[in-house]
Design a binder for this molecule. Structure first.
Ligand SMILES: C=CC1=C(C)c2cc3[nH]c(cc4nc(cc5[nH]c(cc1n2)c(C)c5CCC(=O)O)C(CCC(=O)O)=C4C)c(C)c3C=C
Ligand SMILES: [Fe+2]
Ligand SMILES: [Fe+2]
Length: 372
């Protein structure tokens, strides 16, 4: 058994492909307690996510949290679960299909695009191996997080490196770290807000709600908070919003530590109590709708608003598989593969005349070198 793994039946005349690994956070396999236990053990066991003493955390995670939280989380997931599965996964599949279709049209060379999840399935390991087995020799990783954070993008890179260090032929690798101020991303957010306002009218205020994290991570150098602020500011500027018409908040608090503030739920409550009747909420850090937007914002926070005197909390959906979003992500990929040959010269010829290229390769004695 070799120490390092390889593409099965690799040949010298294999056509080198470009591989694009599109990743997101991941989701449980089913809205059930055992599936949630598996998923949360992997997710919350990641030191990038919960950065505290390993021994202490292991005891707390396995002794307390994984005995109680999975049941509660499973009930929340059941509320948003769709026929095709978890929204994050079904939307992810649509996003990848859309990016794939656009890239096949735009690129001359062969390209494969795969979806992978940092936790759960399809895994990053599976995605990378599928790209390799289809012949990808150059791989670009696109984590679908507009704002960089060590807890999300950093952790995705960890999983990529952990897999690649087991390979014999490590592909050329590029990583996209963030696109929080990409003009086309900002424009797509502006478009979706404008469309929402055309149908529903202007709200009294708009919240830009981002997933939170312990404030300690910001103080220790994570630049996520700054990128969230910039995204929101650029959108507000482009919409011409006055300072009192918008605000940045942070949601999805977990545990007892102080997280990035102000908190979304507390802000929603105090705005309702102050007499506000219509509030729009957009979550620009989520490229796809998921538990945290559908159940927490559109469900729980709308209830908080109404229970405290507000009338309508209107959640503006994530960019999901909108055309402007997929066009923007495809442009981002194309920007990041610049300078990478789409195929080597022999392969360019092979596209004109595959038989001749094969004959030439055989004449050079490089036809095949493994198996067969
Ligand atoms: C323990 C701390 C957590 C940190 C730090 C954290 C950061 C973080 N997460 C996202 C995006 C998503 N998180 C989602 C779910 C989710 N997040 C946490 C905890 C932390 N996240 C938990 C425990 C869960 C699971 C649900 C639950 O039990 O409450 C999701 C949704 C996944 C889905 O399947 O729908 C997303 C997306 C970001 C962007 C982020 C930091 C920047
Ligand atoms: Fe999270
Ligand atoms: Fe949540």
């Amino acid at each position: 058994m070799p120490m390092y793994s390889s593409k099965p039946n690799a040949r010298h005349d294999d056509v080198p492909r470009l591989g694009i690994l599109v990743t997101n956070l991941g989701t449980p396999d089913a809205p059930t307690t055992p599936a949630l236990r598996r998923y949360l053990a992997e997710f919350l066991g990641d030191p990038r996510v919960v950065e505290i003493n390993r021994v202490l955390w292991w005891l707390l995670l396995h002794g307390v949290i994984l005995r109680t939280r999975p049941k509660k989380s499973a009930a929340a997931y059941a509320e948003v679960w769709e026929e095709g599965g978890s929204p994050l996964l079904t939307i992810g599949k649509d996003q990848v299909a859309g990016i794939d279709e656009r890239l096949q049209e735009r690129l001359d060379g062969p390209v494969s695009v795969k979806l992978a999840m940092r936790y759960g399935n399809p895994s990053i390991r599976e995605g990378l191996q599928a790209l390799r087995d289809e012949g990808a020799e150059r791989i670009l990783v696109l984590p679908l997080y507009p704002q960089y954070s060590a807890t999300t993008v950093g952790s995705t890179y960890d999983a990529v490196f952990d897999e690649l260090k087991k390979w014999r032929r490590i592909p050329e690798l590029r990583l996209i770290g963030q696109y929080h101020d990409d003009p086309a991303y900002i424009q797509a957010l502006v478009n979706t807000i404008r469309e929402h306002r055309e149908t529903n009218g202007k709200p009294e205020k708009m919240l830009f709600s981002f997933h939170g994290m312990p404030r300690r991570y910001l103080l220790n150098g994570d630049n996520y908070h700054c990128q969230c602020q910039k995204t929101a500011r650029l959108v507000a500027e482009q919409l011409g919003l006055a300072d009192d018409e918008w605000q940045v908040t942070f949601q999805s608090l977990f545990g007892r530590e102080v997280w990035l503030q102000p908190y979304t739920d507390a802000t929603v409550k105090s705005l309702a109590e102050s007499g506000m009747k219509t509030l729009d909420v957009i979550c620009p850090g989520f490229s796809a709708d998921c538990l945290e937007t559908l159940e927490e914002i559109e469900g729980e926070n709308a209830e908080i608003f109404e229970d405290n005197g507000g009338e309508h909390l209107r959640y503006i959906r994530a960019l999901n598989a909108r055309d402007d979003h997929l066009d923007m992500l495809t442009d981002l990929v194309v920007d990041h593969i610049q300078g990478w040959p789409e195929a080597d010269p022999a392969i360019k010829r092979s596209r004109r005349d595959p038989q001749k290229t094969l004959e030439r390769a055989r004449a050079m004695g490089s036809s095949q070198w493994m198996d067969e």
